[in-house]
Design a protein around this ligand. Structure first.
Ligand SMILES: C[S@@+](CC[C@H](N)C(=O)[O-])C[C@H]1O[C@@H](n2cnc3c(N)ncnc32)[C@H](O)[C@@H]1O
Length: 486
């Protein structure tokens, strides 16, 4: 029998774990609800455009006689986007028992914000001004997910978009132990005779309308941001941006690790991996590559693309429909984008590729991570920190002596200017100070330059936000070398 104090400590730990799990379920439910609210929120926008159009005097309306047709086309695009979203959710296996939260009445009362990371933090402004402009909770009738999905199917048929989805479960590309998401996301598709995905006969409980919360519009904006990230990572249209951001990193890895051998390949960690393309490309170079990501918004989507894709070009979305601003033409705004541009399972991924869900600080502060990695690659990531010094300290600690840290990105601190949330910690260093902190943690700079790039930008928009991103390679000096130099 354990002494009383130990028993009490055990009970306290258990209580703590249960509380954390219940918060995580709530936050996941909110994120799923944001995905499910996408069609309604988009429809509201179209209704708003229609209301404005109706207010026009007849002479002005006459000049814009094509507008009603545009609204109709917008609705079809929304249906097709929704169809993709619902197919993705159908395939998603939550890593937690969602039924624990199912008796909730559909109102929002969160003790903490959902674990949705900084999905939108580097995006250029949309029609809404920014991804976090609207922030009001509203509770009303939940929508009927299944009828929306059926709408999506009809729209797909109408537009004669060819979609071929096999009935097999996709291959689990990322099946490491710590990757609950990827390992558990191999659901089955049900196909009709044409190969189109049908609504499975027993929909997931947590996709039931009664489960859906009405979430703040800012949450739905995050879904739109994920859609833009799909273009960045997985569409041919994102190639230019990938060439600007990922190519210099891949070239640097290639030159630093020229002769990779299968026997003991180097290890590379990609914190804040987003939708996983960079981590996949690094795996294709021959590294044991691990992406780390803490946003369920991102992980639900990356897991679907990585694990469930049957063919390149399998899906079609309309990523640019949510902004009427800065369009050269309606056809630019309403253009389809197909993805993925490659079939991930046939891309040449090497052994050990994984996506690890969780907060970078929490996961990689674990003592088991000390000196594990040959390379850490951060792309548009380090400014997501509350405390960038902590990020740098951890990167240094988890690298082997002589290991390299390759970084590309701006310093657009995500938690800067969080008006109304004054207790939100945010340490906002200049590049000069970032480098000083890195030197303190044993890094020396091997390469440094500025790279001009965009982030999830519509290449046909009249507005293109450009970053002059810092690129560097720093090497962690070996303990002996460091001792010698001090
Ligand atoms: C601006 S995005 C960049 C994504 C990707 N690296 C790219 O270049 O497209 C930053 C990503 O980091 C993730 N993120 C933010 N804070 C994180 C943390 N503490 N741990 C893990 N991921 C985090 C966000 O969810 C988001 O996907």
């Amino acid at each position: 029998m354990k002494p009383r104090q130990e028993q009490e400590e055990d009970e306290e730990r258990l209580r703590q774990r249960k509380l954390e799990e219940s918060l995580e379920i709530k936050s996941l439910r909110r994120i799923i609800s944001a995905y499910l609210n996408y069609p309604e929120a988009a429809e509201e926008d179209v209704k708003r455009y229609e209301r404005s159009f109706r207010k026009l005097p007849p002479s002005h309306k006459g000049l814009l006689s094509h507008y009603p047709l545009k609204f109709q086309r917008l609705r079809r695009c929304i249906s097709i986007n929704s169809y993709f979203i619902f197919s993705m959710l159908q395939a998603f296996e939550p890593p937690l028992d969602m039924s624990q939260d199912i008796d909730d009445c559909g109102e929002l009362h969160f003790e903490r914000p959902p674990n949705d990371g900084n999905v939108c933090s580097h995006e250029s402004t949309t029609a809404r001004g920014s991804c976090s402009k609207l922030d009001e909770a509203c509770c009303g009738e939940p929508s009927n997910v299944m009828s929306k999905l059926a709408e999506g199917l009809t729209a797909i048929e109408e537009m004669q978009i060819e979609g071929c989805h096999g009935s097999d479960a996709g291959s689990c590309l990322a099946g490491e132990e710590n990757n609950k998401m990827a390992a558990e996301c191999c659901g089955n598709h049900v196909s009709d005779s044409n190969g189109n995905v049908m609504v499975p006969s027993s929909p997931r409980d947590w996709l039931d309308p009664s489960f859906q919360l009405h979430v703040p519009l800012v949450d739905v904006d995050k879904v739109r941001c994920v859609i833009r990230n799909i273009v960045r990572d997985w569409a041919a249209e994102g190639q230019k941006e990938r060439d600007q951001c990922y190519k210099p990193i891949l070239e640097e890895l290639n030159s630093l690790f020229p002769s990779l051998c299968n026997k003991s390949p180097p290890t590379c960690l990609v914190p804040g991996a987003g939708l996983g393309r960079l981590a996949l490309e690094i795996s294709c170079l021959g590294f044991v590559s691990q992406g780390n990501e803490f946003s369920y918004y991102m992980m639900i989507c990356s897991s679907f693309i990585l694990n469930q894709t049957q063919n390149a070009g399998e899906w079609t979305i309309y990523p640019w429909i949510h902004s009427n601003c800065n369009s050269l033409s309606d056809s630019d705004q309403l253009r389809p984008v197909s993805f993925p541009d490659i079939h991930p399972a046939s891309a040449g991924i090497t052994e050990g590729f994984s996506m690890c869900g969780g907060d970078f600080v929490e996961v990689y502060s674990d003592p088991s991570q000390v000196g594990v990695w040959d390379a850490v690659v951060t792309c548009f990531f380090i400014d997501t920190a509350h405390n960038i010094v902590e990020y740098i300290e951890i990167i240094s600690r988890i690298l082997k002596d002589g290991g390299v840290w390759i970084n590309l990105g701006p310093l657009l601190y995500h938690f800067a200017d969080m008006y109304g949330q004054e207790d939100e910690m945010s340490i906002e260093l200049s590049l000069e100070d970032v480098k000083c902190v890195a030197f303190h943690y044993g890094f020396e700079v091997e390469k440094e330059k500025t790279i001009e790039t965009t982030y999830t930008t519509n290449p046909r928009s009249m507005m293109q936000n450009r970053y002059f991103a810092a690129f560097w390679t720093m090497r962690k000096k070996s303990a002996a070398a460091e001792k010698h130099s001090t």
